[in-house]
Write a protein that binds this ligand. Structure first.
Ligand SMILES: *Cc1c(COP(=O)(O)O)cnc(C)c1O
Length: 343
């Protein structure tokens, strides 16, 4: 079945807005800067995982699954959105997360707990914990859908392939002609899907990926291989070589990804404060803050020129994780006018 004919469930509000960032455009004095607001699609604050989950949950419901299990880091946005989708559709939400159980819940873990997820911390044995958890549910008669990290199952990639015609329609309606769209690059579903969509639907812009952790030397090969598998899965007939892809992690001595995945980082926060103060838009410290750092740096240096779009993939609920809050307290106090009347 062709990718555009695949069935999906309604979980998010689409099209998400494509907004002009007037203040940042004025400040940087280059082409016009736009933002695509996949952060507000819902459910449970949404984010990029919703587009994937519309296809995945369709399959889960159609095939009679009664429980939805997925995996990730303790603060996984993908896990949070999957729990929301499962709850809404009446499937049991199960998360198997890396590491030890915390004694304080913050950020997405607060939301996972509020939505009633069964949260299993895997210690250092993720495969063992997943297997045992699935068995525990199967024993009580459940059929458990085992969804990989980031929702990057073949079924889910359709979400970002099909985001491309949505964006193309908005470009036509708003009469804008961006040359580039920049997004975070994590488990590849978003970046890979968009790139395939651009080729398949002949979109007039290129997609630039900003890695959210220091990428291995063969990252582009890995993405091309993944895209070729997806193309085969959907019968799209698109062959991608590593050299076709635009992936940019910035200068070697100041990579956009920072030192490592999810590590609190003051330069990323500088860019988060920049867009928050200019446009009232909240990014997250793990994905979109890093991608936006890359986006603005590439605009300033003219690496991407003309009108450009930044894809907001969500994640702002991570601002309220304990480690990120603790790490930015001083900067917030230093950079904000806080006073008490009468003192
Ligand atoms: C998961 C995630 C990404 C990365 O998307 P992939 O499809 O895994 O590459 C980017 N931004 C946010 C906020 C995410 O939660």
């Amino acid at each position: 079945m062709k990718v555009e004919e695949r069935k999906k469930l309604h979980l998010g509000e689409y099209p998400t807005p494509l907004e002009y960032m007037g203040n940042l455009t004025k400040k940087y004095g280059k082409g016009k800067l736009y933002i695509k607001r996949d952060d507000i699609a819902g459910p449970a604050f949404g984010g990029n995982k919703t587009r994937k989950l519309e296809y995945i949950m369709q399959e889960a419901v159609e095939e009679g699954y009664t429980a939805m299990l997925t995996v990730g880091g303790p603060q996984t946005n993908h896990g949070k959105t999957t729990v929301a989708a499962a709850v809404k559709l009446g499937l049991k939400p199960i998360l198997v997360l890396g590491g030890k159980a915390p004694d304080y819940l913050s950020g997405n873990l607060t939301l996972d707990a509020m939505m009633g997820a069964d949260i299993v911390f895997a210690g250092d044995d993720m495969p063992g914990a997943v297997k045992a958890t699935i068995e525990r549910y199967e024993k009580q008669g459940d059929k458990v859908y085992n969804l990989p990290a980031g929702g990057t199952a073949m079924t889910g990639v359709a979400g970002y392939i099909m985001a491309v015609p949505e964006i193309m329609k908005q470009l036509e309606e708003q009469n804008i002609h961006p040359k580039y769209l920049v997004c975070a690059l994590g488990s590849m579903g978003t970046y890979g899907g968009l790139n395939l969509g651009v080729k398949y639907f002949n979109a007039p812009f290129k997609v630039v990926g900003v890695p959210v952790s220091p990428p291995p030397a063969d990252k582009a090969e890995q993405v091309a291989k993944f895209m070729n598998e997806v193309s085969d899965f959907y019968g799209m007939g698109i062959h991608t070589e590593a050299a076709d892809l635009l992936i940019n992690n910035g200068p070697a001595d100041a990579p956009y990804s920072g030192e490592e995945y999810n590590k609190p980082d003051p330069i990323t926060r500088k860019y988060m404060f920049e867009i928050a103060r200019a446009e009232g838009i909240i990014l997250d410290p793990t994905y979109t803050g890093k991608a936006f750092r890359g986006f603005l740096d590439m605009v300033e240096k003219g690496i991407i020129d003309g009108d450009v779009i930044f894809l907001h993939t969500g994640g702002a609920t991570a601002v309220w994780t304990k480690e990120h809050l603790d790490d930015m307290q001083q900067e917030l106090f230093d950079n904000c006018q806080i006073s008490e009347f009468g003192k």
